[in-house]
Design a protein around this ligand. Structure first.
Ligand code: G6P
Length: 370
């Protein structure tokens, strides 16, 4: 087993560390920065259908749902297509309205999640075109969808999904950029710039892993005995707050909640005292100033602040108890880099707490029964 783990102590650690390579594998043959070229063979015949879609509906569970939430923000922001997202288990038992020209996108690492399978079958019966993003080649979902794209990150063994998540993000970004270019909703120069920047992401994931290691280690030691933590982010990083919190719950058994940062004052703020760790995802984007004031609100109530900031950010570094510096990239790509130290944080905390990291209690890699 230690050979399979490539010398790492756990599959999860191996899979976290592999991400610069697995992300690059997702891009291989699909993105050429010099030519500002993106090609997704699997959905080539459906591009017109997506461009003229009146609505995109995303269906997924768990971590894949969080990737879908990033997709919702991107499809609306870059492509101007109204996009909704639903948990497969909810979609399954609701009366759903599928109007004309709805494109459904199912996201699933395993391609075998029972709820997602049934939900996508239901969407198909209702006349929607159903596309998929899967990791496992030939899986049930890969077979039942009309078309799709594989993440190609290799087998994921750790129950807590890591490289499959960033692989899903890789595909989602390429899809959104491609659709935006074809649709003309993104100016060509801007598109070109984003493709070039996106091509740097695998290297930046690598830098992130290196540069954040020590900070994450210190923070893990500090919060190993916490009984609860709150993760806050806004916009594209709101799903990352959810995913960061999920990672913590799954493998450390510390209760965690992910929330949109500004919603904090409608509830979670009541939980803040000197024992509460609050993780803020605070890149330099248009909500930066708002996040700064949210941090002040937490500090003034005695909470401990862990902040993920853009490299060189002095303002937040002065306020936060702990900072994790993330390499600079275009603001739309920050989710990919921000999730990396949050995965590592959960891993380190779980290790300190001597948890069964690759096989957390009560969880399954793939939920094939209801
Ligand atoms: C289980 C796994 C999660 C995964 C979810 C959805 O809960 O433990 O890691 O995100 O299922 O799985 P899927 O294979 O459909 O992405």
């Amino acid at each position: 087993a230690s050979i399979e783990k490539g010398g790492f102590e756990h599959f999860m650690l191996k899979e976290i560390m592999e991400q610069p390579r697995t992300f690059r594998d997702c891009l291989r043959g699909r993105l050429k920065a010099e030519e500002a070229y993106i090609k997704l063979g699997g959905i080539r015949d459906y591009i017109d259908e997506i461009i003229s879609a009146k609505r995109i509906l995303i269906i997924a569970c768990g971590t894949s749902y969080h990737a879908g939430l990033v997709a919702k923000y991107l499809f609306e922001d870059l492509c101007g297509i109204p996009t909704d997202i639903d948990f497969a288990s909810e979609f399954r038992y609701r009366k759903v309205v599928i109007t004309e020209r709805t494109v459904v996108l199912g996201i699933s690492q395993s391609g075998e999640t029972a709820d997602t399978i049934v939900a996508l079958e239901k969407a198909k019966k209702k006349g929607a075109k159903v596309l998929g993003i899967c990791n496992v080649v030939g899986s049930s979902i890969a077979r039942l969808t009309d078309a799709g794209v594989y993440t190609h990150v290799g087998v994921e063994i750790g129950v807590a999904s890591t490289k499959a998540f960033t692989g899903q993000l890789a595909i989602i970004y390429m899809m959104a950029l491609l659709i935006a270019k074809e649709k003309g909703s993104l100016e060509y120069e801007k598109y070109r710039h984003l493709v070039e920047e996106f091509d740097q992401i695998p290297d930046k994931i690598e830098q992130t892993l290196k540069n954040t290691y020590t900070a994450v280690e210190q923070i893990s030691a500090a919060c190993r005995t916490a009984s609860s933590m709150i993760y806050l982010g806004r916009g594209l990083n709101y799903p990352i707050a959810l995913e960061g919190a999920l990672k913590l719950k799954e493998i450390t058994y510390i209760h965690a909640e992910g929330y949109p940062a500004a919603e904090m004052k409608h509830g979670p703020i009541a939980l803040i005292d000197e024992n509460m760790f609050v993780v803020f995802i605070a890149p330099k984007d248009k909500t930066y100033e708002k996040i700064v004031s949210n941090i002040q609100e937490v500090k003034s109530r005695g909470g401990k602040v862990v902040a993920l900031v853009t490299e060189g950010d002095k303002t937040i570094a002065k306020m936060a108890d702990y900072t994790i510096e993330i390499p600079e990239t275009d603001k739309i790509f920050t989710p990919v880099l921000n999730i990396i130290p949050l995965q590592m944080l959960s891993y380190q905390v779980a290790k300190l707490r001597e948890c069964n990291i690759d096989q957390p209690r009560n969880l399954a890699k793939s939920v094939t029964v209801e």
